[in-house]
Design a protein around this ligand. Structure first.
Ligand code: BGC
Length: 715
C-alpha cells in the first residue's frame, strides 16, 4: 500500500551555503543525504593492501583483470587470481531485475521514475542489490540514466525519463540502495546513448552545454553523490569518438573533474581499439579480450601503453573490490527472501501508476455498480512485466490483468473476456473456447456490458527503436471502436514510454498509465482501478499530441545522416521544447491525477535577493481537500528570466512527494541550490549563475503551476 514509504513529516532541510557555483553539487548531495542515509560501504580503500597486491602481480595477471572471459551462465566475468587471493568479478544485468537466472521482475525503471519518490528508489535499489548479492554477483549493470530524447527509443522504458534533475535524483537514491547491500552499481551508458537505431556506430553530435545540462547530470550525481563503483561506456560515438575511447568524457570529465575513483567498463562489444581505449580512460573490455587481452600485452611491451596506465586501471578495480569487501569475502551465493522482493516490486509499481484522465470520477470502480464487466485486449491475459533485451527478466510467477480482475470481481458481476487479435479470421478460431475475436466481436461485447476495461500495450526492447509511437497491432483502432460502442470505457496502458493517444483520448473518460509494472502487473492495476491504491505517479515524460510536436523531429536529428545524429535542439528536449514553442502536449511532464485533490498556498521564499552561488529555501502549504488519503508530488520549476543564453522557460529543480490524510495540511520545505539557477558556460568551462530576475514556480505538473514567486540574484 502506498503511504508506508512516505516520511511522516516533511522536515526542514539544512543545506550547505555555497560560496562557489562549482561546489553546487555538494548541496544536492547534502539535501538528499538528509532524507536518505547513505548506506554504501564507506571504508576507504586499504591502499597498503592494494599496493601490496599490485606489487606482486605479473603484467600478465594485470592484463587478465582488464578484460572479460566468456564463461557460461555469466553476463560478464573476470576470473579470479587464486595465487594472490584476488576474487572474480561477476557482472550481471540489469536495471529492472537481476538477470543471473530467474528472479524478481521489478517494474521498469520508467515506472520507478514515475513514483517521484527517492525513498522508493532507494528501496528498489536495495532490493536489486540484495538479489545481486544472493546470486553471487558483485556488479549490477544499472541503473541506466540515459535521457529520453527520441520518442521511439527502444530502451526508453529502461530510463528515468526526459528530465536530468529527476533522473539524477532517482539514480543517486537507487545507487545508494544497491551499494548499501555491498555490491557495486554500474551506471550506464556513458554518454548520450539515446537511440537504438545504428547504436553501434552513430555519433551523437552534441554541444558541450547540452551535454553538461541534459545528458551528464545523472552520471555526475552517480559519481559525486552516490559514489558509484563503476561506469559503463556506451556503444555510440560522442562528437566523432567512440565513448569507450573518448578522452574528454572519460579522462577530462569523469576521472578528472568529477574525481571518479571506480572503473570504466565498455558496453558489450563497444571497445574498438587497444592503444586509444587504454590511453583514453577505458579500464575493462567486455565481454571478451579482443583488444585488452594479448593486444594490450603487446602494446605495453612495445611501450605504446605505459605500465603506469595499466597499474592505474588495476588499482581502480582492486580499490573497489577492497571498498566493497570482496578482497576478504568473495561474492558467494546466499539465501534471499523472494516474497519480500516481490512486495518491494509491487509497492514501487503501485506508486508509479499515473492516472492520466478521470472524467466524472469514473474511477475508482465500485464493483457493486456493475452487473457485467468486459475485459478486452490483445494482451490482457498476460502480465506486462517488462521490456526486452538485457533488461528482460524471467520471473518465477506473474499475474495478468485478467486474472487479477477475476480475483477482484469474484462472482459479484459477470466478467467477460475477449482477446482482441488484430486481423484474426474468426472462422479459424472459436471464440467460445479461445475468447479471441475481431473488432466487431469486441464492439458487440462492449455494448452488452456495463463497463469495459480495455488493456493496450506496446513492446519496447533493446536493439530496435519502435517503428512508431502509436499503439501497435491496431489497438488504437480498437479503443476508438470500443468507446463508440460503450462510452463507459477505462483504458489501461502498459507502455514503456509515451504513445499517441489521439484520436480517442478525448472520448475515453478514464486513462491509466501502468507502464511495464513487473511481475505483479495485474494486481497493481486492479488495486488502482478498484481504489485499494490511490494513484500518485507523475509522468517523467511528455505525451505529445502528434509525433511532429516533439523536439526531435527531423532526419538529421534522428536517426541521423551519414552516421551523425545532430542534437541541434540543444537543451530544448521534452517539456523544455513544448514550453519554448508553446505547444500543448496531450499530457504534460509531471502530470498525474489522484482520487483526492490538493490545494497549494502560501509560497514563501527564504529571501528575495541572493548572491550568485547562494542557495534559497522555498516553503509552501499543501492541503488534501478531498475525502481520501493521497500523495501529491510538489514540483518546483525555476526560470532564469534575464539569461544571456537561451534558457528553458522552466526547469525542474526540486520535488517532494507528500502524503496527506483527508483535510490534512503540511508545510513543504524545499531548497534550491546554486546549481538550480546555473547554466554551463562553455567559454568559462564552468557552471555560472548570472545576476538578474529568477522565477520559482510550484505546481502539480509542468503545466499546472499553482504558485509563483520571484527573486533576484545580485552581483
Ligand atoms: C547492453 C547493456 C548490457 C550489456 C550486458 C548490452 O547490449 O547495452 O546495457 O548491460 O549488454 O548484457
Amino acid at each position: 500500500m502506498m503511504g508506508q514509504q512516505m516520511p511522516k513529516t516533511i522536515r526542514r532541510r539544512t543545506f550547505l551555503r555555497q560560496s562557489t557555483v562549482a561546489a553546487a553539487g555538494a548541496a544536492i548531495a547534502h539535501r538528499t543525504r538528509s532524507t536518505l542515509a547513505a548506506a554504501a560501504p564507506t571504508v576507504p580503500a586499504n591502499d597498503a593492501k592494494v599496493d601490496a597486491l599490485l606489487a606482486r602481480m605479473t603484467l600478465e595477471e594485470k592484463i587478465q583483470m582488464l578484460h572479460g572471459s566468456l564463461r557460461r551462465g555469466f553476463i560478464g566475468y573476470v576470473p579470479p587470481i587464486p595465487r594472490l587471493g584476488i576474487p572474480e568479478l561477476a557482472l550481471t544485468d540489469g536495471p529492472a531485475g537481476v538477470r543471473h537466472g530467474p528472479g524478481t521482475a521489478f517494474p521498469a525503471p520508467v515506472a520507478l521514475a514515475a513514483t517521484w519518490d527517492r525513498s522508493l528508489a532507494q528501496a528498489y535499489g536495495a532490493a536489486l542489490g540484495a538479489e545481486t548479492k544472493a546470486k553471487g554477483q558483485n556488479v549490477l549493470l544499472g541503473p541506466m540514466v540515459n535521457i529520453v530524447r527520441v520518442p521511439e527509443g527502444g530502451r526508453n522504458f529502461e530510463t528515468f525519463g526526459e528530465d536530468p534533475y529527476l533522473t539524477a535524483q532517482i539514480a543517486t537514491a537507487e545507487i545508494r540502495g544497491i551499494q548499501g547491500q555491498g555490491v557495486m552499481a554500474e551506471v550506464k551508458h556513458y554518454a548520450a546513448n539515446n537511440q537504438e537505431k545504428d547504436r553501434l556506430l552513430v555519433s551523437a553530435e552534441v554541444d558541450e552545454r547540452t551535454l553538461r545540462e541534459i545528458y551528464l547530470p545523472a552520471f555526475e550525481g552517480a559519481v559525486k553523490e552516490a559514489k558509484v563503483g563503476s561506469v559503463m561506456a556506451a556503444y555510440n560515438k560522442v562528437n566523432g569518438t567512440f565513448s569507450s575511447e573518448n578522452t574528454h568524457l572519460l579522462k577530462d570529465i569523469l576521472k578528472g573533474e568529477w574525481g571518479f575513483e571506480g572503473f570504466v567498463v565498455s558496453d558489450w562489444g563497444a571497445t574498438h581499439s587497444t592503444i586509444e581505449a587504454a590511453n583514453n580512460g577505458l579500464d575493462i573490455e567486455m565481454p571478451g579480450g579482443k583488444y585488452f587481452g594479448e593486444a594490450l600485452l603487446a602494446a605495453v611491451r612495445q611501450g605504446q601503453v605505459s605500465q603506469a596506465t595499466i597499474d592505474e586501471k588495476v588499482r581502480r578495480i582492486l580499490n573497489m573490490l577492497e571498498r566493497f569487501g570482496f578482497l576478504d569475502h568473495p561474492a558467494k551465493i546466499g539465501p534471499l527472501d523472494y516474497h519480500a522482493q516481490g512486495q518491494t516490486a509491487r509497492r514501487v509499481a503501485e506508486a508509479g501508476v499515473v492516472l492520466l484522465k478521470n472524467q466524472g470520477n469514473v474511477l475508482p470502480l465500485d464493483v457493486h455498480n456493475f452487473k457485467s464487466i468486459a475485459v478486452i485486449g490483445a494482451y490482457a491475459d498476460r502480465a506486462t512485466s517488462g521490456g526486452g533485451g538485457s533488461a528482460r527478466m524471467s520471473p518465477f510467477d506473474t499475474v495478468s490483468p485478467l486474472s487479477a480482475m477475476a480475483e477482484k470481481i469474484g462472482n459479484r458481476a459477470a466478467l467477460r473476456f475477449l482477446k482482441f487479435v488484430a486481423g484474426t479470421d474468426l472462422s479459424k478460431s472459436d471464440p467460445a473456447t479461445t475468447g479471441a475475436g475481431l473488432l466487431a466481436d469486441a464492439e458487440q461485447l462492449a455494448k452488452e456490458c456495463d463497463l469495459v476495461l480495455l488493456f493496450a500495450r506496446d513492446f519496447e526492447t533493446e536493439g530496435a527503436d519502435r517503428a512508431a509511437i502509436s499503439l501497435p497491432d491496431e489497438q488504437g483502432e480498437l479503443i476508438s471502436a470500443i468507446v463508440r460502442a460503450n462510452p463507459r470505457t477505462v483504458v489501461v496502458l502498459n507502455t514503456g514510454c509515451m504513445v499517441l493517444l489521439s484520436p480517442w483520448a478525448d472520448a475515453v473518460p478514464a486513462i491509466v498509465q501502468a507502464w511495464y509494472s513487473g511481475q505483479d502487473d495485474g494486481h497493481v492495476v486492479a488495486d488502482v482501478l478498484f481504489g485499494n491504491v490511490n494513484p500518485s505517479g507523475k509522468l517523467p515524460i511528455t505525451f505529445p499530441r502528434m509525433r511532429a510536436d516533439t523536439g526531435v523531429a527531423t532526419t538529421e536529428q534522428y536517426p541521423g545522416q551519414n552516421g551523425r545524429g545532430l542534437y541541434s535542439e540543444g537543451v530544448f528536449i521534452g517539456y523544455r521544447h513544448f514550453d519554448k514553442n508553446n505547444i500543448a502536449p496531450q499530457f504534460p511532464f509531471g502530470h498525474g491525477l489522484s482520487y483526492t485533490t490538493f490545494e497549494y498556498s502560501n509560497l514563501k521564499l527564504g529571501r528575495n535577493r541572493i548572491k550568485p552561488g547562494e542557495s534559497l529555501t522555498v516553503e509552501l502549504q499543501l492541503k488534501n481537500t478531498g475525502r481520501r488519503e493521497g500523495a501529491e508530488v510538489v514540483q518546483l520549476y525555476v526560470q532564469d528570466v534575464q539569461a544571456s543564453v537561451p534558457r528553458p522557460l522552466k526547469e525542474l529543480k526540486g520535488f517532494e512527494k507528500v502524503l496527506l490524510r483527508p483535510g490534512e495540511t503540511k508545510v513543504v520545505r524545499l531548497s534550491l541550490d546554486a546549481r538550480s539557477m546555473a547554466f554551463y558556460d562553455v567559454s568559462r568551462k564552468q557552471w555560472v549563475v548570472e545576476p538578474g530576475q529568477f522565477k520559482v514556480m510550484a505546481g502539480s505538473s509542468s503545466r499546472d503551476i499553482r504558485l509563483n514567486a520571484e527573486f533576484e540574484v545580485v552581483a
